[in-house]
Design a protein around this ligand. Structure first.
Ligand code: AMP
Ligand code: GLY
Length: 420
């Protein structure tokens, strides 16, 4: 991959004494300072297998979801190459919302009530019957844009029109899940699993909407922090016992043993945590604060996952909190222009202790770092408290500029509210 998540992964992997050399396909301008970037697309599975064979790569780590769904783990395994991530059959937990919902229904894993449709007329009838608010989701991968939270029945009917009739997500929208709207605060709980043992990471919180106060359209994520106090020890116990462990057990029972990182996107409702979605990989931006907080050697943990030895492994975390503020291109999550020079990158890191500027959509052009994507940078700070981490991240943000740059000013505020 080549986003903020992959920069954070490469940075953490580089700290391992077990690592001699890192390659990243395709990488970005920030990753290029830690790894040798190779211009193979993350979805070019055959090209990646050939590269890994030729270079005798000892361990491959998959960042994004698309190659997992394409079966990169199966292909590498068949070629005798070690790779961290779930097989295609296991990654279906992210790749098909219908599969994930039916799995949860079958095994009693808490989630919103739902129905599945491949006929738009039937979906419309169901929506009119249920009323709003209601949520319409494309079955397949849609780059984080496949879920539409509808305040009115009209909005839901037009979502059905867009997804099922006009086919804005192509094949991914041939089937839809229509589900109950859940009230509460969201959290992301990621876990390492070797298919049996489950070790949750610190709870994190993403900020999906583009504007302050959770307004505006959904994005890939405008910022994240960890640990998230909405996940009290009691909530974390419920997440582990009612969601993560039963899901990993269910996948094994279904003949889809799950190895890698399992990401539960949750709504913490008054009735307890419920699953909004599963992802088959690290979240982005969640990976940025989480990996900064991780004290253990990530490579050792990944090797334990691959060797089925997670039960003998401990995952340790640093004290304090970490906050990531995403700097986005003007227009994102809609259309945006690229190629604007970025200034202040050196100052942001050198003048602010505990801050790392992870690159997402960046590229090198004539020796300068320029914008090359919607989410451009993840300015991430680790400090002794959430207050200090927020202050550190925004102080560093103040050093950076590029044409059209925008970001949320309220990353981490929900954690502060809870302390009051
Ligand atoms: P998903 O891709 O399924 O995680 O959905 C994207 C976003 O839509 C979530 O992060 C929530 O903000 C919102 N969302 C999804 N499902 C629901 C639901 N059942 N109730 C309320 N909000 C939801
Ligand atoms: N931050 C949400 C995701 O990675 O899907």
């Amino acid at each position: 991959g080549g986003a903020g998540r992959e920069h954070a992964l490469v940075g953490k992997i580089a700290q391992s004494p077990r690592v001699k050399e890192i390659f990243c396909a395709p990488g970005n301008a920030g990753i290029a300072s830690l790894a040798r970037c190779v211009s193979i697309g993350a979805e070019d599975v055959r090209g990646l297998v050939e590269f890994a064979r030729r270079e005798k790569i000892d361990l491959t780590v998959v960042g994004p979801e698309a190659p997992l769904a394409l079966g990169i783990v199966d292909e590498f395994s068949a070629a005798g190459l070690a790779i961290f991530g779930p097989s295609a059959r296991a990654a279906a937990i992210e790749g098909s919302k219908v599969f994930a919902k039916q799995l949860m229904a079958k095994y009693g894993i808490p989630t919103a009530g739902f129905a599945v449709f491949d006929d738009p007329a039937a979906a419309r009838r169901y929506i009119s019957e249920k009323g709003a608010p209601i949520v319409v989701k494309a079955d397949g991968l849609a780059a984080g844009k496949g879920a539409v939270v509808c305040r009115t029945v009209e909005e839901a009917l037009s979502a059905v029109e867009e997804i099922m009739v006009k086919g804005v997500f192509g094949e991914a929208g041939r089937r839809v899940v229509v589900e109950e709207f859940l009230e509460g605060e969201e959290a992301s709980v990621l876990a390492f699993t070797d298919g049996e043992t489950v070790i949750p990471m610190l709870p994190a919180q993403d900020h999906k909407q583009v504007y302050d106060g959770d307004r505006g359209p959904n994005t890939g994520g405008m910022g994240a922090y960890a640990p998230a106090p909405v996940c009290t020890p009691e909530v974390m116990r419920a997440v582990e016992e009612q969601i993560l462990r039963p899901t990993v057990r269910a996948m094994a029972r279904e003949g889809r043993p799950y190895r890698g990182v399992l990401y539960a996107g949750l709504m913490i409702t008054p009735q307890g945590p419920k699953v909004l979605e599963f992802n088959a990989r690290f979240g982005d931006p969640e990976a940025q604060p989480l990996l900064m907080l991780m004290a253990s050697d990530l490579v050792e943990v990944m090797e334990a996952v691959l060797g089925g030895r997670l039960a003998e492994t401990q995952v340790r975390w640093h004290e304090g909190a970490a906050v990531c503020v995403v700097l986005a291109s003007g227009g994102y999550p809609g259309p945006y222009r690229k190629g604007f020079p970025i200034s202040g990158l050196e100052e942001a890191a050198s003048r602010h202790p505990g801050v790392v500027v992870f690159h997402a959509g960046t590229a090198l052009a004539e020796g300068r770092v320029v914008t090359a994507g919607g989410r451009v940078l993840g300015v991430t700070a680790h400090a002794e408290s959430i207050e200090a981490a927020i202050a550190g991240a925004y102080a560093a943000v103040g050093e950076i500029s590029f044409e059209g740059m925008h970001y949320r000013r309220d990353i981490g505020q929900k954690a502060l509210q809870r302390k009051k």
